[in-house]
Ligand binder design. Structure first.
Ligand SMILES: Nc1ncnc2c1ncn2[C@@H]1O[C@H](COP(=O)(O)OP(=O)(O)O)[C@@H](O)[C@H]1O
Ligand SMILES: [Mg+2]
Length: 255
């Protein structure tokens, strides 16, 4: 069974795209076939981390939604592991200003997006489908969250993020998402990590699966590549490994 996982944050800049790209790559290194959708059609970005630029990007999610291509044509292999059959296939959103304006103006049929997820899973025999959503709440985000087996909510230890996260957690519970995993990113090294974890877990009654440090190394990587590849022992990578362990854990079947 393919696991569908959405990554969300109420506010932008939490590290959602970088964390998603790293999760996808670590899953692929374990031998999984992983699809990644750039569901942030208003402000796409994850393609950059995987090394696609506006000339190499080819067909996009926009083309699929406009009927210009099949979903498989819009999926680009951006990583493959030499020692396993694992790979990451990215469906990018268009970065062309006219395309972004058109999709926002004309909207699209939510069923088409749903079909895109379903078809990609079967065409590429995916083990995981990750959806990097737009921050805040909009139609695409609600659709992605509603069909997900697990939702990763990323927040910074910041009062504005804390308030926004309670909105997302509330919506996810109403949509009956089976698993909610909180990830705290950009945690200043001077903070007491256990204390931050305890406060967040008691505020939302959900598990914090990883606390990722605010890291100069990650900032200096500047989304130029998937950080974990060249930094396998870094504390940021170790944090992402914990997220991977949480989302790939066998879910106990209720007695
Ligand atoms: N743990 C971290 N420490 C330092 N910088 C980070 C960290 N995580 C992400 N960043 C940086 O924050 C910025 C926003 O990250 P991005 O993944 O694009 O966020 P989002 O998708 O939530 O908008 C990027 O410049 C990225 O390099
Ligand atoms: Mg992003």
């Amino acid at each position: 069974m393919t696991r569908i996982i959405s990554t969300h944050s109420f506010r932008g800049g939490t590290g959602k795209s970088n964390v998603t790209a790293n999760i996808a790559t670590l899953l692929a290194k374990q031998g999984n076939r992983v699809g990644v959708f750039d569901g942030d059609i208003q402000s796409p970005g994850i393609h950059v981390i995987f090394g696609l630029n506006d000339t190499s990007i080819g067909y996009t999610l926009n083309d699929y939604l406009w009927g210009n291509c099949k979903i498989g044509d819009a999926a680009h292999e951006v990583f493959s592991d030499d020692t396993s059959d694992g790979a990451v296939f990215l469906v990018p959103s268009s970065i062309k200003p006219n395309d972004i304006a058109r999709i926002l103006r004309e909207k699209y049929d939510a069923n088409d997006m749903h079909n895109a997820f379903r078809d990609l899973v079967s065409v590429l025999s995916l083990d995981y489908l990750l959806i990097d959503t737009h921050p805040g709440l909009n139609e695409e985000t609600l659709l992605s969250v509603a069909i997900s087996d697990a939702l990763i909510i990323i927040l910074r230890p910041d009062q504005q993020d804390f308030q926004g996260t309670s909105v997302t957690v509330d919506i996810a519970r109403r949509l009956r998402v089976p698993e909610i995993h909180l990830v705290i990113n950009k945690t200043p090294p001077k903070y007491d990590f256990d204390d931050v974890r305890r406060k967040v877990e008691s505020a939302y009654d959900a598990d914090v699966v990883a606390l990722l440090p605010l890291s100069l190394d990650v900032a200096q990587n500047a989304s130029a590549q998937v950080f974990c590849l060249d930094n396998p022992d870094h504390s940021f990578t170790q944090g992402v490994e914990k997220i991977v362990a949480a989302i790939s854990a066998e879910i106990p079947v209720p007695a």
